[in-house]
Design a protein around this ligand. Structure first.
Ligand code: ZN
Length: 137
């Protein structure tokens, strides 16, 4: 498959196959005016299959959110047809207002205006800041 190269924009690469839509929704890419291409099940030597998202514009994305969806993702920033930056992501320490606490007795279930804050624990699981309930993906 031949994919048009982007001149100025962002290529989100090495997304685990099947996760592109989740990332698309979490990042709110549907709100953008520019061209956004989602490539699914691209054959890749490293992962078997992967998804790729191409955004035909340079924007300030929420890198933490991308890392939350999948820390193995790499983000390439393209300017004038040349890759100027390759960003490796990691699991963010804190994620705010992305997932909701499922504990009905959690203060965030009662005080709706509180932000939904989750903290990374033991380097891999997210727990609610207020009640330590583990987040389910
Ligand atoms: Zn909670």
């Amino acid at each position: 498959m031949v994919i048009d190269a982007i001149k100025n924009g962002i290529v989100i690469d090495h997304i685990a196959a099947g996760k592109a839509m989740e990332l698309y929704q979490i990042l709110g890419l549907g709100e953008l005016d520019c061209t956004v291409a989602i490539l699914k099940n691209v054959v890749s030597g490293k992962l078997g299959k992967k998804d790729i998202i191409k955004i035909d514009q340079n924007l300030d994305l929420d890198w933490d959110l991308i890392g939350y969806v999948d820390p193995n993702i790499t983000v390439n920033i393209i300017m004038d047809g040349v890759r100027v930056e390759k960003r490796q992501l990691k699991l963010p320490e804190t994620i705010t207002n992305v997932i909701r606490c499922k504990n009905p007795r959690c203060i965030t279930s009662v005080e709706q205006e509180l932000p939904q804050v989750f903290k990374l624990r033991e380097g891999r699981v997210y727990r609610c800041l207020y009640c330590e309930t583990q987040a389910g993906k």
